[in-house]
Ligand binder design. Structure first.
Ligand SMILES: [Zn+2]
Length: 74
């Protein structure tokens, strides 16, 4: 499944050359933000699932990393 904050790799790169996007909205329609130029695209879930190649970073992994970092700092 796809969650807010996930970084996904699309099959076709954006016009700016970047192919990694952050999911900023999930539902019947998805909103994704280009990691390079911050361009936001709204796309239906069906189209999104067709165009996505893989999940680069799950949002949950990032959270875990931050927790570990905080513990390390303490
Ligand atoms: Zn872009």
């Amino acid at each position: 499944m796809y969650d807010l904050g996930d970084i996904v790799v699309m099959k076709k790169p954006h016009a700016c050359g970047e192919n990694r996007w952050e999911i900023i909205r999930v539902g019947a329609d998805f909103k994704i933000k280009c990691l390079n130029c911050a361009h936001i695209v709204m796309i239906s879930r069906k189209d999104f699932e067709k165009k996505v190649k893989s999940i680069k970073t799950k949002a949950i992994d990032v959270t875990t990393d931050i927790d570990n970092y905080v513990k390390f700092e303490n």
